[in-house]
Ligand binder design. Structure first.
Ligand code: PMP
Length: 359
């Protein structure tokens, strides 16, 4: 079987060992004569998976008992709404750091519930950088400060570290969750759609601090959207297969050495690619040096037509899903945790060959 070098931004490449493990037991889970997706979500098999996934996530992130882990549905897009529905109401304010086009979606939802202060917006600079601490201007007493997102999947920027803020951070970490250590002390809530670094689409991981939840608004919240509904119990049928896969990816992360391992592994892969960009002006990075993402490397070739040729020939070499997001064009290599070093090396070799032939 030949696997491609997959640079998809999400759903994205997953560890082959995890795919094979799932494949091996798919139709007959633990000799029960049925697949895990054919069993009750309240039975012992799924209960064990859900409990293990929760404890592994806490172990990986170093979360203490103040933290709850939820496996919800509706994608990161649902969290844009759910966060605001739980913590904003008339007279309450939240600040949003606008570092990408996901921000406008999160801000739009938040405005349905309360006041939104924009602590910084990179929009006029085409989201080509992450703000410096001194550029952030906060409201008087925000309920939370939302980072949208910590890693910008579309524009290829990433916060080097968490900013200081006058309130707990709420973070859309969809495209860099578990790619490096997290300073949990700064956060009230972190959410991430699984389909980049964690597993298949269909589940959104939400980590929420109990003490932050005490700031929840008192006005009614629809049951399913209230975070409390999901704490300590299954309110409804969870996305069984997605959580099952996430559990194996978490096991793989632990086996590899956790977040410290992935931080250096990802930094190494990113630097190989950025070095190639910096070596010549045939390829141009789209992001300021200090804001470059270790997850999504975005680049352009001076001639747009050559970009199409690049993408076509790359695919012929087994290097796929390199097209930039439809809103910005160009080329984007997504190199999440499960993207092997060999894929990055193959891409760099192809880039060098292409530059020699067309430069
Ligand atoms: N936030 C970020 C940073 C993303 O990259 C994405 C998806 N690419 C989303 C939110 C939207 O996620 P979903 O499709 O899970 O709603």
């Amino acid at each position: 079987m030949k696997r491609v070098h997959n640079f998809s931004a999400g759903p994205a490449v997953l560890p082959l060992s995890v795919l094979e493990k799932a494949q091996g037991e798919f139709s007959n889970y633990r000799s029960k004569g049925a697949s895990i997706i054919e069993m009750s979500h309240r039975g012992p098999e799924y209960t064990e998976i859900h409990t293990l996934a929760t404890s592994r996530l806490k172990e990986i992130t170093g979360a203490d008992d103040d933290w709850e882990v939820l496996f919800l549905q509706g994608g990161a897009s649902m969290q844009f709404l759910q966060v605001a529905h739980n913590f904003l109401s008339e007279g309450r304010t939240a600040d949003y750091i606008d570092t990408g086009s996901w921000s406008s979606k999160a801000i739009k939802e938040a405005k349905l519930f309360g006041k939104v202060g924009v602590a910084f917006s990179g929009k006029e600079e085409q989201y080509s950088r992450i703000p410096k601490q001194q550029e952030l201007s906060f409201s008087d007493a925000p309920e939370y400060v939302h980072i949208t997102p910590s890693n910008n999947t579309i524009f290829g920027t990433q916060f080097a570290s968490e900013p200081d803020a006058p309130a707990p951070l709420v973070c859309d970490a969809s495209s860099d969750f578990l790619s490096r250590p997290i300073d949990l002390a700064k956060y009230g809530l972190i959410y991430a759609g699984a389909q980049k670094n964690l597993g298949p689409a269909g589940v959104t991981v939400v980590m929420i601090r109990k003490s932050f939840l005490e700031k929840q608004r008192i006005e009614p919240i629809p049951t399913i959207l209230n975070y409390r509904t999901h704490i300590g119990k299954l309110f409804h049928t969870p996305p069984v297969f997605s959580v099952y896969m996430v559990n194996y990816v978490l096991e793989w992360i632990l086996e590899k050495g956790g977040l410290d391992y992935f931080q250096s592994f990802n930094a190494e892969k990113a630097s190989v690619l950025y070095d190639e960009l910096d070596r010549n002006d045939f390829y141009q990075g789209t992001v300021e040096q200090g804001s470059r993402s270790a997850m999504n490397v975005t680049l352009r070739i001076h001639d747009e037509q050559l970009e199409s040729v690049f993408l076509k020939e790359a695919a012929e070499h087994g290097l796929v899903a390199l097209k930039g997001h439809r809103s910005v064009g160009g080329i984007r290599a997504s190199i999440y945790n499960a993207c092997p070093r060999e894929s990055v090396d193959a891409l760099v070799s192809f880039m060098q060959e292409f530059r020699r032939a067309r430069g």
